[in-house]
Design a protein around this ligand. Structure first.
Ligand code: FAD
Ligand code: ZN
Length: 471
């Protein structure tokens, strides 16, 4: 093969039609959802099989070519976008979208990395099973991307993070070797659990090409309530009552501020206020079970009755149909995208111990309001997991660019408070390019050193997503 004819050579390996060099066709792979990064690349490669990925990596390692794996391109920290240098090759997993096996009796499913999350959910449903991972981007993000970011979402409370849902992986290593670790075993203590290295590694240690995942019983009963509350303290108290009464049947508990609900009512198609009057805060509570044995409706009523008695709840709407459950979730899932319609928004994806959320919110809201008078905090998210998307919209009518220019300064303020509460500066979106310079501030020297040694061992030439995660 000619050394400098990389596009042609990759074409010989995976088919010339699967090498995109035309800038117009490349465009969708080079921008991302938040419009923070505009990448450049000599080519986008679209392998159709694990062997294709192996051949790509072998050639890339022999020729020192940097590879950027990309799934559904919904990542929020820029890891999947090639850098502006224009030297990094994008490896898109989208063509590897086969469901390899569904095992309803063993409660497992084995899929290729490029299967869109929603398609995994549908395949599980068709087998009368549940794949619980659920997030706003589920119509576009891919399971390989979900695993590489250890995605969280709205079902973590009952089912855990993506990490908890993975039984086995197939991974192509930096030198092109294929590791087939696609086991569906529930118990396996034969040495190091290698799959854990690649989960949440954001494409820096290997390319995930397939995964064996856990399935669960499909919910037979599903109830949801949209609850109006005065404060995050009341939301926490309601959460605690719900968790104590419902245990694993409590499958969702999300917090939303009035500002965010108003944004949805203004900009989100099909959104309607479930309650008659306004409330400062809202909780979306979901109960579900794969077993017919639970009287879920009665349980929900008992939880809210207890909360009403103690004066915690101002008002509540119970979903009367599956459509209404979906309507409630539509508001919650739409809360990220509507913020774009209100001008600039500075984001934080943070977690603190669950019981400290009200205190954290009070302090962080006061701090950002003092920093930018008139700004509109929209802290929302997974209260039950202690994970808040602490987003701050610009003051009405303010200059967007001038507001967004305060991104780093505001991050420093909010992350300082997170640190004080013993929290994390990236609860579920990862580090990528956006937060890599913050890592030394939150990891000890020993931790950073261990991470570097792992990177060195698995990717000695530094060709897998260089410049991501590790500073
Ligand atoms: P990409 O964006 O393509 O890639 C993400 C990272 O993984 C990159 O570093 C990339 O290089 C790497 N990568 C991708 N595929 C592979 C592979 N096969 N092998 C190795 N590395 C790979 N995230 C949450 O955790 N919870 C949420 O609730 C949530 N809600 C969201 C809502 C919206 C509206 C949007 C736009 C995003 C949301 N996200 C959320 C973020 C995002 O959807 C997740 O990070 C998702 O898991 C990314 O999947 P993807 O296929 O789009 O990956
Ligand atoms: Zn989230």
């Amino acid at each position: 093969m000619e050394p400098n004819n990389h596009a042609e050579n990759f074409g010989k390996l995976i088919g010339a039609g699967n090498v995109i060099t035309d800038p117009v066709d490349q465009a969708p792979y080079l921008v991302e959802w938040r419009d923070l990064y505009h990448g450049r690349t000599p080519m986008v490669l679209r392998p159709g099989s694990t062997e294709d990925v192996g051949a790509i990596m072998r050639y890339a390692s022999q020729n020192g070519i940097a590879i950027v794996p990309q799934g559904g391109n919904t990542g929020l920290v820029g890891g999947q976008i090639p850098r502006e240098s224009g030297l990094e090759v994008v490896l898109s997993l989208g063509r590897m979208n086969r469901i390899r096996a569904v095992d309803p009796q063993g409660f497992t499913i084995t899929v290729e990395a490029g299967v869109v999350l929603e398609a995994v959910q549908t395949a599980a449903e068709e087998a009368d099973r549940l794949f619980p991972l659920s997030l706003g981007a589920q119509g576009s993000c891919q399971i390989g991307g979900n695993i590489s970011t250890n995605a969280g979402g709205t079902a973590v409370l009952a089912y855990g993070n993506t990490r908890d849902l993975v039984l086995g992986l197939e991974v192509v290593l930096a030198n092109g070797e294929i590791w087939n670790g696609l086991r569906t075993l529930r118990k396996d203590n034969t040495g190091y659990d290698l799959k854990q290295l690649f989960i949440g590694a954001e494409g820096t240690l290997g390319i995930i090409t397939a995964a064996a995942l856990k399935l669960f019983p499909k919910p037979k009963k599903l109830e949801a309530a949209f609850v109006g509350l005065a404060s995050p303290e009341d939301a926490l108290a309601l959460f605690s009552i719900a968790k104590a009464q419902a245990g694993p049947v409590l499958t969702g508990f999300e917090l939303m501020p009035r500002t965010g609900v108003e944004f949805c009512l203004r900009h989100l198609g099909g959104a309607r206020d479930p309650l008659t009057g306004p409330h400062n805060w809202y909780a979306l509570m979901e109960l579900s079970s794969g077993s017919d044995a639970f009287e879920i409706r009665a349980l929900q009523e008992a939880i809210l009755a207890e909360a009403f008695e103690t004066g915690l709840v101002e008002d509540a709407a119970f979903a009367q149909s599956l459509q209404q459950v979906k309507d409630f979730w539509h508001i919650r899932h739409g809360m990220s995208e509507v913020q774009k319609e209100e001008g600039g928004s500075i984001k934080h994806d943070v977690s603190v111990p669950v019981a400290l959320i009200p205190e954290f919110l009070a302090e962080a809201i006061a701090a950002v309001e003092a920093f930018v008078p008139g700004c509109r905090p929209v802290p929302f998210g997974h209260l039950g997991d202690g994970n808040i998307h602490f987003n701050v919209s610009q003051p009405e009518g303010a200059d967007k660019a001038a507001f967004v220019a305060k991104w780093d300064e505001m991050n420093t303020i909010v992350h300082g408070i997170v640190h004080k509460f013993g929290g994390s500066i990236s609860a579920e979106h990862g580090i990528g390019r956006l937060k890599k310079d913050l890592l030394p501030g939150v990891k000890s020297k020993v931790e950073l050193d261990l991470m570097r040694r792992l990177k060195q061992a698995l990717d000695p030439e530094g060709i897998l997503n260089p410049g991501r995660v590790l500073p």
